[in-house]
Design a protein around this ligand. Sequence first.
Ligand SMILES: [Zn+2]
Length: 157
Amino acid sequence: MSPFQIISNWITSSYPKHVIAQHLAKVALNGYRGLDALYPQVKIKAEALIIKMSEDGKQISIIETFRTINRQDSLSSSVTNASGLKSYHQYGLSFDVMFKEHKWSPPSEDWWTELGEAGEALGLIWGGRWKSRDMGHFEWHGTREEFTWEKLKPHFE
Ligand SMILES: [Zn+2]
């Protein structure tokens, strides 16, 4: 392979670390916030989740998407167990929602179950399944688990 080919392959690389680095650069350079700060495939899933829940009369609001390392580290242990770069919020791969009308207290637990299952049907991981449950939290690890924080963190330290 010629040096040119090596360099051009690197530039167009689809290595997970490069893909996420490009996304984070776009977020920073454009000052993206909210849904726009989500990695494109996660943004599409979040939008689909909003529509699905709205169709069922259970409207949700996005409360947080991208989160800086500083902000992650400032959160208390009652909110998160993850320190900076161990949360998918630092990579634009995660978002938190609540119910528009009922916030964190929907009329029944079924509302959370419906929300979680709708997210899972879109290929998202739902925090409501965790031992310390995070009902409004969703994250995405890629289609082949290529975007796990364990794989990404070393490249962003
Ligand atoms: Zn979250």
